[in-house]
Design a protein around this ligand. Structure first.
Ligand code: AMP
Length: 331
């Protein structure tokens, strides 16, 4: 299970962006603000207690939101993960969340923060009040208090998660909603695929998930980094390739390359220096071939006929292919 935190001041656009992100990554979106507003609308005891606190722009007690969050975790076992929006909002809540997750054998995977200035907070909340009629958006005093609360109680969380290397920031100020969404997707994609080796288990579910990420044209392929940190001086990755993906005929001068086919069917094609085909190795299907060892300096490419997932290993860190190492144009 993945646990992502959508972070940022009120009015940053967390709620607006959460829908698209949770749909794309099959996450359950949990907005503590929405849950509390639902309690108020239903006239529950909890709602009655929260109403005045929220109207003043203060935070409701930690215990209240934490119980609500835990219940949503318990009630949603069939999602890929959760997207927390509006929680945690204090260092206390962040510590409690870590504890709650460690009881479940889980951890926070990443914190994605949408950043806007205080002036933008103010103008966005006033504007939202005119559309949604939220009581805590309309009153300038309440807005001021929410900004103060954010700076005092919520912003310190940035350092808390940054220390853990889990903090990512997205510009929420410039461009329109779709520009911010594009930035969010690109961060999520990186978070989801970088140093994935921390996940330990490579199973069919992981292959399914990576497979989903490969569908975006024009590349139609996707690398999933299996290293643990940037310090790992090797290349070990899953590579998902869809039919139609084009890889340049290329070579690696510093290392041989081992690929093992985990799913699908493909050809590894070796070339001579003059560009003529030297050998075509069918992999998968009834070929009986499950892997190839490509020697250092050997021109090669891959041709994919049905979705293929390979494990690829090479010595030395990844670097873009130079012109001299490409025999035919890259796609
Ligand atoms: P939001 O919709 O996230 O802006 O939340 C609206 C209001 O709900 C906040 O101003 C708080 O009064 C309350 N609230 C939402 N989430 C939390 C939380 N994690 N801890 C305490 N109070 C919260």
């Amino acid at each position: 299970m993945k646990y992502y935190i959508l972070f940022g001041p009120p009015g940053a656009g967390k709620g607006t962006q959460a829908g698209a992100v949770s749909e794309k990554y099959n996450l359950k979106h949990i907005s503590t603000g929405d849950l509390l507003r639902a309690e108020i609308a239903a006239g529950t005891e909890l709602g009655k207690k929260a109403k005045d606190i929220m109207a003043a722009g203060n935070l409701v007690p930690d215990r209240v939101v934490e119980d609500m969050i835990e219940k949503v975790f318990d009630d949603n076992k069939d999602v890929a993960g959760f997207l927390l929006d509006g929680f945690p909002r204090t260092l206390g809540q962040a510590g409690d969340l870590d504890e709650m997750l460690s009881r479940r054998g889980e951890k926070v995977n990443a914190v994605i923060s949408i950043m806007i200035s205080d002036d933008t907070i103010q103008s966005r909340l006033m504007h939202r009040a005119s559309i949604e009629g939220r009581a805590d958006d309309a009153n300038p005093e309440t807005i001021k208090n929410r900004i103060v609360t954010y700076h005092k109680q919520t912003k310190p969380l940035i350092d808390y998660y940054r220390k853990d290397g889990k903090y990512y920031e997205v510009d929420g100020e410039n461009g329109d909603i779709s520009d911010v969404r594009k930035r969010m997707f690109s961060v999520f994609k990186g978070v989801d695929t970088k140093f994935a080796g921390r996940e330990v288990v490579i199973d069919e579910a992981l292959l399914d998930r990576v497979q989903k990420l490969a569908h975006e044209p024009p590349r139609l392929r996707m690398n999933y980094d299996l290293r643990n940190t940037e310090e790992d001086q090797s290349q070990r990755m899953l590579n998902v390739m869809l039919p139609g993906t084009r890889t340049a005929i290329h070579k690696h001068n510093m290392s041989s390359e081992t690929i093992m086919l985990l799913r699908g069917k493909m050809d590894t094609v070796l070339y001579n220096d003059d560009g003529s085909e030297k050998e075509r190795i069918h992999m998968g299907g009834d070929s009986g071939v499950i892997g190839v060892n490509i020697p250092t300096g050997q021109w090669h490419t891959f041709e994919v006929y049905e979705l293929a997932i390979i494990f690829m290993a090479q010595d030395g860190p990844w670097s873009p292919l130079s012109k001299e190492n490409m025999l035919k144009a890259s796609y």
